[in-house]
Design a protein around this ligand. Structure first.
Ligand SMILES: C[S@@+](CC[C@H](N)C(=O)[O-])C[C@H]1O[C@@H](n2cnc3c(N)ncnc32)[C@H](O)[C@@H]1O
Length: 239
């Protein structure tokens, strides 16, 4: 068999499925075989069904409204970048929770890569419900509120993410501070495996900042890595 044919066979999804059946999920997932690229992800989404959702919900100038998430290519690219930055495109299969998962693109790509994913979100947006259903991204419908523990979420997680966070009473006069975050993180710990990581990505508040100096000091005191709007915590340090 010629090398080019062998290589072609190596990335044939049917072969991949059969190898997975025979060797187990650990070795042969897309994480090890494919380089993620937007076209491949786009091609894996039913475009006809996506267009129907687009037709139902699109608005002329979405600006910052949720309808901006109907720009599929833009958000697939954004989320591929997130996946790469968090180094989820290789390595062990992870159990992942994405809080405020929105349309579910991030988790869809993670699932495509073979990770075991769960989203958590409120159910206010019919568009998010339709897109997550189309993508087959499982969700728990739950509103995060200050000093209220999370619901039961099944198996513990290796990675927890929250991108463009709103559940912290974003853009209100009662934005979460260290006490609310402390309650939230302590409660989250019971859902984490020992080596777990938590990646928080903050939204800008009215004054253009992502968090107060006080909150920054609080995260720094927990041993967080802080990179502008991104805060990464490790379960081991939190515990
Ligand atoms: C700015 S969107 C970000 C969506 C997605 N994480 C992303 O980056 O593409 C904020 C998300 O948080 C969800 N959300 C807002 N308040 C919430 C709350 N109290 N509890 C859970 N989810 C919430 C919204 O429904 C929405 O999906």
């Amino acid at each position: 068999m010629r090398l080019s044919h062998k290589l072609k066979k190596l990335v044939d999804p049917r072969l991949l499925r059969s190898m997975r059946r025979h060797t187990g999920r650990f070795f042969l997932t897309r994480r090890f075989v494919f380089r993620i690229d937007p076209d491949r992800i786009m091609a894996s989404i039913d475009q006809q069904k996506f267009r129907a959702i687009h037709e139902r919900h699109a608005v002329a100038e979405p600006a910052d409204a949720p309808e901006k998430y109907l720009e599929l290519r833009r958000w697939v690219e954004t989320n591929i970048r997130r996946v790469r930055e968090l180094e989820l495109d290789f390595g062990f299969r992870k159990r992942m929770l994405d809080i405020g998962c929105g349309a579910g693109y991030f988790l869809y790509i993670c699932k495509w890569l073979g990770h075991d994913v769960l989203g958590l979100d409120i159910s206010e947006s019919a568009m998010f419900t339709e897109i997550t259903n189309l993508l087959g991204v499982p969700r728990v419908i739950w509103r995060i509120e200050r000093y209220v523990p999370l619901p039961e979420l099944g198996a513990k997680f290796d990675v927890v993410t929250a991108h463009m966070i709103c559940f912290n009473d974003h853009k209100t006069d009662h934005l979460w501070g260290p006490p609310e975050w402390n309650f939230f993180l302590e409660d989250l710990l019971r859902h984490l495996r020992p080596g777990a990581r938590i990646h928080l990505e903050f939204n800008r508040e009215f004054d253009g900042t992502w968090y107060t100096p006080e909150l920054r000091d609080y995260f720094a005191g927990l041993g967080a890595e802080i990179d502008r709007h991104r805060v990464t915590l490790s379960a081991a340090r939190l515990a």
